[in-house]
Ligand binder design. Structure first.
Ligand code: SF4
Length: 263
C-alpha cells in the first residue's frame, strides 16, 4: 500500500498542493525507551496537541473541502492517545470525503479494536511490527480496508543532522506542502524527517494555518525542493522525498507558486 497510489485528489486554495495533513497528537510512544533509532526516544518533555488546534485545522480543511489524507502521527504512537476515536469521528464529521490513515506500532491492536477503528471510518491501516512474531500476529488481522505491515522500519534519520550520513541528495521533493506536518507543539514544520523541528514556518497556538501556509517563504522553499534544489542541510542528507514520483514525470514542479493565486 502506497498512499500516493490511491488517487487522492489535490486540495483547493491553500491546499492546492496538499494531499495529506499529519497531526502529531503527542510526542509519546510506548516503545520510545527501547527504540534508540526512533526520534521519539529523544523527546525530553511530554507534549500534547490541544483539541482546539485539531478543531481549527479541521475547520480550515472544511472551508476548502479537503479530501486528502488525515493522519495522527509523526513519531508518536496514536493508539495510546485516549482521544484518538474522538478525533477520527471529528474528521469524518467535518470532512466526509477525507481519508483517515492510522500508523501504529500495533502494541494493543487486535481484531476487535481494528474492526472498531474501521467502523469509525478508518481508510488505511499501517502497522510497524518489531518482531517476526508480532508481524505474524498482526497479519492475522482481517479488515475490509488496505492494511500494510512494516517490519523493523527504523532507518538512520536520527543522524541526518550530524553530517555522519551520506549527503548531496537531489531528488525532487514536494514538502512542505504536499504533506502538511503539524507537530504536537502546534508548529507547522518542514516534513516528518525534521524531527528536531529546526525548520518551522509558524505555530498554530498563535496563527491560523492559512496564514502560515500563505507565507511566500513556504512556497519558495516548496518550489526549490520540487525542482530538486535542496538548500537545507537535512534535505541534502535525506535520501528520499515526500510526494508522488509521477509529479516530476508529468511535467515537473507545479507552476502555481503564488500563494495569493485563487484556486
Ligand atoms: S528532502 Fe527529505 S528532509 Fe527535505 S523536505 Fe523533503 S522529505 Fe524532508
Amino acid at each position: 500500500m502506497r498512499l500516493d497510489n490511491l488517487n487522492i485528489p489535490w486540495g483547493r486554495g491553500i491546499f492546492r498542493r496538499t494531499k495529506r495533513i499529519s497531526l502529531e497528537l503527542s510526542n509519546l510512544c510506548n516503545h520510545a525507551e527501547i527504540h534508540h533509532r526512533c526520534p521519539a526516544h529523544f523527546q525530553e518533555e511530554p507534549a500534547i496537541l490541544p483539541e482546539a488546534i485539531v478543531d481549527a485545522v479541521l475547520a480550515g480543511c472544511r472551508a476548502y473541502e479537503f479530501q486528502g489524507i488525515i493522519s495522527f502521527h509523526l513519531y508518536n504512537e496514536p493508539g495510546i492517545d485516549p482521544r484518538l476515536v474522538l478525533f477520527m469521528r471529528k474528521v469524518k464529521q467535518a470532512l466526509p470525503a477525507a481519508r483517515l490513515f492510522l500508523l501504529t506500532n500495533g502494541w494493543y491492536l487486535d481484531q476487535t479494536l481494528a474492526r472498531e477503528f474501521e467502523a469509525h471510518g478508518l481508510d488505511f491501516l499501517g502497522i510497524s511490527a518489531y518482531s517476526e512474531e508480532e508481524r505474524a500476529r498482526l497479519s492475522r488481522i482481517s479488515l475490509g480496508i488496505p492494511v500494510r505491515i512494516l517490519l523493523e522500519p527504523h532507518d538512520d534519520r536520527v543522524h541526518w543532522y550530524t553530517g555522519q550520513t551520506a549527503s548531496g541528495h537531489s531528488l525532487a521533493c514536494y514538502c512542505p506542502l504536499y504533506e502538511i506536518c503539524i507537530t504536537c507543539r502546534g508548529e507547522v514544520g518542514l516534513c516528518p524527517f525534521d524531527w528536531q523541528r529546526r525548520h518551522v514556518f509558524g505555530n498554530l497556538h498563535k496563527d491560523p494555518l492559512a496564514a502560515v501556509l500563505e507565507q511566500p517563504a513556504v512556497w519558495r522553499l516548496y518550489g526549490e525542493l520540487s525542482k530538486g534544489n535542496r538548500e537545507l542541510e537535512i534535505c541534502r542528507a535525506c535520501p528520499t522525498f515526500r510526494g508522488e514520483p509521477w509529479i516530476a514525470d508529468a511535467g515537473g514542479a507545479p507552476q502555481d507558486l503564488d500563494p495569493e493565486k485563487p484556486s
